[in-house]
Design a protein. Structure first.
Ligand SMILES: [Zn+2]
Length: 129
């Protein structure tokens, strides 16, 4: 019963949101749903069908947070991959260890790039405060 009511509310809410503005190709940082853009004078506002609402600057800040989180996850994954490849290169025979150590070097390149990006986003967010 509750699910039916929620589904009904969402369904009936959707045309109401669509009437307020244009759908844009960004996702709600809180629920991942589609966003609608509406202009209030010079102020741009975004809203998803569940009711999360953002100004453009808040949306931008939320996106930066999500990007940073993704970069940290990617950094950890590359570091784990590199550790595994280094361990593998010590145990395997010469021919395979050569390509494995090359892949470890490739991982290092990605690690450095991600660290540089994290440094850049850190500067960006502290400069805007
Ligand atoms: Zn939302």
């Amino acid at each position: 019963m509750i699910e039916a009511k929620i589904a009904q509310r969402v369904l009936s809410d959707l045309p109401a949101v669509e009437a307020l503005g244009d759908q844009v190709p960004y996702n709600c940082p809180d629920c991942g749903g589609v966003l609608w853009q509406m202009a209030e004078g010079k102020l741009l506002r975004y809203r998803c069908h569940t009711g999360h609402a953002f100004t453009s600057s808040v949306l931008l800040a939320e996106q930066t947070v999500k990007i940073e989180e993704t970069l940290w996850v990617a950094l950890r994954m590359f570091e784990e991959r590199q550790n595994l490849l280094v361990t593998m290169s010590k145990n395997d025979n010469k021919e395979t260890s050569l390509s494995i150590s090359q892949r470890a070097k490739d991982a290092q390149v990605h690690i450095e790039r991600i660290r540089a990006m994290l440094k850049a986003t850190d500067k960006g967010s502290s400069a805007s405060k």
